[in-house]
Design a protein around this ligand. Structure first.
Ligand SMILES: [Zn+2]
Length: 365
């Protein structure tokens, strides 16, 4: 593992950067051991914090939860995962300038484009360690939200007809981010006790932004992990007491057992992904004939020892994969109609680590 400080300078932008600023993302890279596996996985949080006025650079802004929680998660994942090695590369990042306009994530996601990283997944952790809500006063540390966009925002300006294909075949719910969210739910719940991963079918909450968004806008699979219930008395607040209510993002409002579980969801997901084979190539569903079977075929991944493949299946209205079929071959015929289900294929390593599922492209002629 190597640690670097990725620095750059920003000029005033007329918005939340009011004078020239020296920026720096803190990064640790756990280089993959397989030279033929060029995949990169990012786990990140942001280390800046704020009070009520985002331009206030004087007042104390402890930021224990927003986003000390995500920052602590990233550092702990670094500590734990640096003792192991993985075929693929994992980058652990604490980003700067989130509150000033997602500046650190804009910089890093643009760098991933320029340097042509094979960036397969981004796990963004922001506000993930407090268990209770303002207003409704719910207390719950057994559920974690994962926000994922549906129709990929990177396709909004696409002119190649891909949106038309998505509409025609009903794949609005199977973008890269949503596929990653499903994966995260399955693996997180497999390994972490007393925690439900709740998929939220939108990119982010109302009125709020996050450091996964610059990635999804550039076409990467990126999701936001956030606690189930938010307390707005503690977020973005000047430290003060009013009418008996204490405002401010203090460590005493945290639930560290909840933060541990949410961090463990990241750990399970990252380890499973980084140990898996790369994705199967040219995954295709044969739709040339009117039959009540489904014929899928694909090619082997470019890297990784493959034990076999899972063909995943779900009802078109179902949120996550319902059935798995294992095969060691490069194709499968199933007695289920391709009209009635969604399918995907994922490669599995000798140790049972599954890669990201790939949706088949219809073979129309
Ligand atoms: Zn935040």
């Amino acid at each position: 593992m190597t640690a670097t400080l990725d620095t750059w300078t920003l000029q005033p932008d007329g918005r939340r950067v009011d004078k020239p600023a020296n920026m720096g993302n803190v990064m640790a890279t756990l280089k993959g051991t397989d030279p033929t596996d060029d995949r990169v996985f990012i786990v990140q949080g942001h280390m800046d914090s704020r009070v009520t006025n985002v331009m206030n650079r004087e007042s104390d802004a402890p930021g224990a939860n927003d986003d000390g929680s995500g920052t602590a998660a990233v550092i702990e994942l670094c500590r734990v995962m640096s003792k192991s090695s993985f075929p693929a590369t994992i980058i652990f990042v604490t980003l700067t300038g989130e509150e000033q306009g997602l500046l650190g994530a804009e910089h890093l996601s643009e760098r991933a484009i320029k340097e042509k990283w094979n960036l397969e997944a981004v796990l963004n952790n922001d506000i993930m360690g407090s268990n209770n809500s303002s207003d409704t006063r719910i207390i719950d540390n057994t559920r974690l939200r994962v926000f994922s966009e549906g129709l990929p925002s990177s396709l909004l300006k696409d002119t190649t007809g891909r949106i038309g294909q998505i509409q025609r075949f009903g794949n609005e719910n199977d973008g890269k981010a949503r596929t990653l969210a499903r994966y995260l739910k399955e693996i997180g719940e497999r390994y972490v006790e007393n925690l439900e991963v709740v998929m939220v079918y939108r990119n982010d909450r109302y009125l709020r932004g996050g450091d996964h968004t610059p990635y999804v806008q550039r076409g990467f699979a990126a999701v936001r992990m956030t606690e189930m219930n938010e307390n707005y008395e503690h977020q973005h607040q000047d430290l003060r007491t009013e009418n008996g209510t204490e405002f401010g993002d203090y460590p005493k409002f945290m639930d560290f057992e909840y933060l541990r579980k949410n961090t463990a969801v990241n750990l399970a997901t990252l380890a499973n992904l980084a140990k898996s084979p790369t994705v199967p190539q040219k995954v295709t569903v044969d739709v040339r004939n009117l039959t009540n079977a489904t014929v899928l075929y694909w090619q082997a991944p470019q890297a990784g020892k493959v034990k076999g493949y899972y063909v995943l299946m779900r009802e078109t209205y179902w949120p996550f994969w319902q059935k798995k079929f294992f095969t060691t071959k490069l194709g499968m015929t199933l007695p289920y109609s391709k009209d009635n289900y969604y399918f995907a294929v994922q490669a599995v390593s000798e140790d049972g680590n599954e890669g990201l599922p790939v949706l088949p492209v219809p073979n129309l002629r």
